[in-house]
Design a protein around this ligand. Sequence first.
Ligand code: ATR
Length: 276
Amino acid sequence: MSDTIKKAGVVGWPIEQSKSPIIHGHWLEQLGIAGSYIKIAIAPESFEQDIRQLIEDGFGGCNVTIPHKEAALAMADVVSDRAQAIGASNTLVFKDGKIHADNTDGVGFISNLKQLAPNWDATLGPALVLGAGGAARAIVYSLLQEGAPSVVIANRTQAKAQTLADFFGDQVTAIAMDQVADVLGDIQTLVNTTSLGMVGQPDLVLDITGLPKTALVTDIVYNPLETDLLKQATSLGLMTVDGIGMLLHQAVPGFEAWFGAHPTVDDILREKVLSA
Ligand code: ATR
């Protein structure tokens, strides 16, 4: 009987904080699929060995979180273009005796915007990305894929923004945080990918009154759901999208691959994850 149950999970170190089992558990129940999705603590020193054990144990794949996203990419047999470009993998699929690595953070980010701001159009103008870490890399990649004509990256450590800009080429430039005010007037999409504004972190102090009235403002911080940045944008009459949806949407491609059905991101799931 247990052979008929499709198995997947999320690997990380630590892993207790992961909300992924709530997301996949919700979809399994909603769609009536005989499947399981569990948290699996894997220490860095045994990552590869433990992943191979999951394959032995009949898992269809797993999500990958900190600190294993680079190691997951490195051990894969087949790597998607987007995982290659982002340089990290958050989704592994074990199929036909091979490990397939994907990165769904960027597509999750875009799907969230399309669901919650259907009129948003990346092609309408330049984007400004605050931060230059792993999340920024996935988001810059996906904004370019969506047709953003250019992306400006601003980061506390400007050298990291410059490295990221250099990786993506001519369409991407780096600026210092204190130059943000100078570019705001051209920006159609503003994204905070830093941890500023998150509970327990310093506030993001930024005056965005210079943004055009047509701009969309989004934050990947989702605790609190309405960050000060989003509050400020709302008070200026700008379109806003909060960050919880990125987490939900990035889970969709893995679920489809492991469990063979297309799940939807709905309000019930949103509430479940926010209240967990
Ligand atoms: P993630 O993978 O989620 O993007 P990360 O790689 O740790 O996480 O990146 C965190 C981002 O938040 C970085 O851009 C970081 O800026 P630095 O590159 O200068 O470290 C930014 N960040 C974190 N704390 C910050 C703070 N107190 N002030 C300004 N930026 C901060």
